[in-house]
Design a protein around this ligand. Structure first.
Ligand code: SF4
Length: 295
């Protein structure tokens, strides 16, 4: 049966055929795809390089910790989830200065790969999120397209039927991500993952953090946050359960099963890291990781 896909996805396929491209794969990918096979499949589709966002998440974590340490009197709202950012800007405009001034993992990683691999590389974010499409449009200088996991599967089927997939040997290199990664931030897509990955850094106590997922709990959290200044940080995501439950995910499994798959990947991936230490901050020295405001 002929696979139908929209103009946006045709545009991505066109890019894959004609340009050098980097796939920015969201860390929730184990919910829908087998590791490391997904990396080979992405190369078959034509991606020149395949990176995960965990390295950007590590840079973000480091910056969050620095900001929280340097301004102990201030409260902050995590700005990783674009829907939460929009919600704060529209519903709580008097609180928008508390959105931490750091871009999301997608944007930071896109800026990093353009600098590292070359500005002639085009970037395609692949993840669970629909809101990333708008965020990509607001950051066109570094993100060319944002597609969901569902859309990735549709594109793969389309390309397979049309004979557009490349023959890529399943060598060790082709089954590995291109360099730059971090292990600790592989839990980012699980609700509360941002706060958890910062907890042992000594700048925040558990009782100073509010973790919330879903719009209703966010409103409750904001009420507490505004009322009680002892709360210093809200780790908020719009989707119940975190990005592992984003609208672009294919899986129909429950939250616990999805979480388990991300955690299993975290353990398994250690054996598939590229040689050398590619998680060091020094690679990103001087990179601008600030958020674009009022885009
Ligand atoms: S929580 Fe949902 S809306 Fe927010 S970044 Fe994740 S998938 Fe997107």
């Amino acid at each position: 049966m002929e696979q139908k896909i929209n103009d946006e996805l045709i545009g991505v396929i066109d890019l894959l055929q004609k340009e050098k491209t980097v796939c920015l794969l969201a860390p929730s990918f184990p919910v829908d795809f087998a590791f490391p096979e997904i990396i080979l499949e992405l190369r078959e589709m034509g991606f020149t390089k395949v990176v995960e966002l965990t390295y950007a998440a590590k840079l973000i974590n480091y910056k969050y910790i620095e900001i929280l340490r340097d301004t102990p009197e201030r409260q902050y709202i995590c700005s990783n989830c674009p829907t939460i950012v929009k919600l704060v800007e529209s519903k709580y405009p008097e609180q928008k200065d508390k959105l931490i001034d750091v871009a999301s993992p997608m944007v930071v990683m896109a800026r990093f790969v353009k600098r590292e691999f070359g500005s002639d590389f085009k970037t395609v974010f692949v993840g669970p999120c629909l809101a990333k499409k708008q965020e990509a449009k607001e950051n066109m200088d570094c993100v060319d397209f944002a597609v969901t996991f569902k859309e990735l599967c549709d594109m793969f089927s389309y390309m397979e039927n049309a004979g557009l997939l490349k023959q890529i040997p399943d060598t060790k290199e082709n089954l590995e991500f291109d360099k730059f990664y971090s292990d600790i931030t592989k839990i980012y897509p699980i609700a509360g993952g941002v706060a958890e990955s910062m907890l042992n850094k000594g700048v925040l106590q558990k009782e100073q953090i509010i973790v919330c997922d879903g719009p209703t709990t966010f409103d409750i959290a904001m009420k507490d946050f505004c009322e009680f200044k002892n709360f210093r940080f809200i780790d908020a995501v719009f989707c119940k359960g975190g990005c592992i439950c984003g609208p672009g995910v294919i899986s129909k499994d429950g939250v616990e099963a999805r979480k388990e798959r991300v955690l299993q990947y975290k353990d398994k991936s250690r054996f598939y890291q590229p040689d050398g230490n590619y998680g060091k901050f020094v690679h990103a020295f001087g990179l601008d990781i600030k958020r674009k405001k009022d885009a």
